[in-house]
Design a protein around this ligand. Structure first.
Ligand code: DGY
Length: 338
């Protein structure tokens, strides 16, 4: 794909014309758009209002597109992939997670797929720590006391929470984000434990204690952070059984994907107090979330903000564009998955 210099901005009107025979990219998302704007030439269609594209819209656009840039809300299921135009050559995801893409079906169609690893690890780790702190220190309840004018006293026992410092943190998935969470948590003198498909080399472990089983990990830690990808093996990883392996009073956070959690089981555990508090940035249903969660005062929630900083969203867009540039220059895109 061709990029113009910032001075060469084209108008929206120009952008939507001349698409017929042009190499075309279909990018999605506010910051993707912000990223893209300076580079747009004729032949690039921008999703200016950031609507979530349905499968039907993606299919229709694929007939005018050589490339598609989408975010994780745009779902490329097998039934969508099967109906994509033969013209589409590459899907450059504006996300690290690719659970919204049926990679097997895309591979069968010969479509190249890339993602944006590395650049969102810091931002996502920040949110994991925010969730841990918010859940432990009852940030939602405290905020509500002020906003509803119900803060009436300071008392020794009022709003007591759980202290993070020196606790044992269990990280599920010690990839880039998990390792960054560990690094930040060490700033709170936390003892790091982890489970991962493979044990890390000592220099990456940096003293973290490996547990070959989830049961072993969950039974030994005070807090848990989910940082593994959503795959067929990890769907509903957190369910009534695995919650039972956790210590009573555990604190639990998820910045990975909502599909990792059986939300009904988590609500039961929050209500019983087995899970003392939780922090969630991701949900089974997005956008929207689970209305039943709103009734859990011991739950601190954010609307999938993991990567949402100006710096990171720009870096994600740049990375996705670099992948497209490489592909159309006949080179191997750096983040090619298939
Ligand atoms: C990702 O990149 O996977 C983040 O969750 C944002 O979509």
């Amino acid at each position: 794909m061709r990029r113009n210099s910032c001075e060469e901005e084209s108008t929206a009107e120009e952008e939507t014309t001349n698409v017929e025979d042009e190499e075309q990219i279909t990018p999605v998302g506010t910051n993707t758009t912000a990223n893209m704007a300076p580079y747009v030439t004729a032949g690039v269609w921008l999703n200016d209002d950031d609507h979530i594209m349905s499968g039907d819209e993606i299919i229709a656009r694929s007939f005018n597109s050589d490339a598609l840039m989408i975010c994780h809300s745009e779902v490329l299921s097998k039934s969508v992939v099967d109906r994509l135009s033969d013209r589409l050559k590459i899907v450059a995801n504006y996300s690290v997670g690719v659970d919204h893409c049926d990679l097997g079906a895309l591979k069968e169609r010969g479509v190249v797929v890339t993602n944006t690893p590395d650049v969102l690890s810091d931002a996502t780790a920040e949110i994991a720590i925010l969730l841990l702190l918010g859940a432990c220190r009852r940030a939602y309840e405290g905020d509500q006391l002020l906003r509803t004018g119900s803060w009436t006293n300071w008392a020794p026992s009022a709003m007591n929470g759980i202290q993070l410092t020196k606790k044992k943190l269990g990280i599920v998935g010690m990839g880039r984000v998990g390792q960054t969470v560990a690094m930040r948590a060490r700033g709170f003198d936390m003892e790091i434990h982890y489970s991962n498909r493979r044990r890390l080399p000592p220099e990456s472990e940096a003293g973290a204690i490996f547990h070959p089983t989830l049961k072993g990990l969950f039974g030994g830690v005070d807090m848990i952070s989910l940082n593994c990808p959503a795959t067929p093996e990890t769907i509903n990883l957190i369910n009534a059984d695995s919650i039972g392996w956790m210590k009573p009073g555990v604190v639990f956070v998820n910045t990975a994907r909502g599909s990792l959690i059986d939300e009904t089981a988590l609500i039961e555990a929050l209500n019983s107090g087995h899970v003392a508090a939780a922090g969630l940035d991701v949900f089974q249903v997005e956008p929207g979330g689970n209305p039943a969660f709103a009734k859990c005062p011991n739950l601190f929630m954010l609307p999938h903000l993991g990567s949402s900083t100006h710096e990171t969203r720009k870096a994600m867009g740049d990375r996705a564009l670099d992948n497209l540039d490489a592909y159309f220059a006949g080179l191997e895109p750096r983040d090619r998955l298939i």
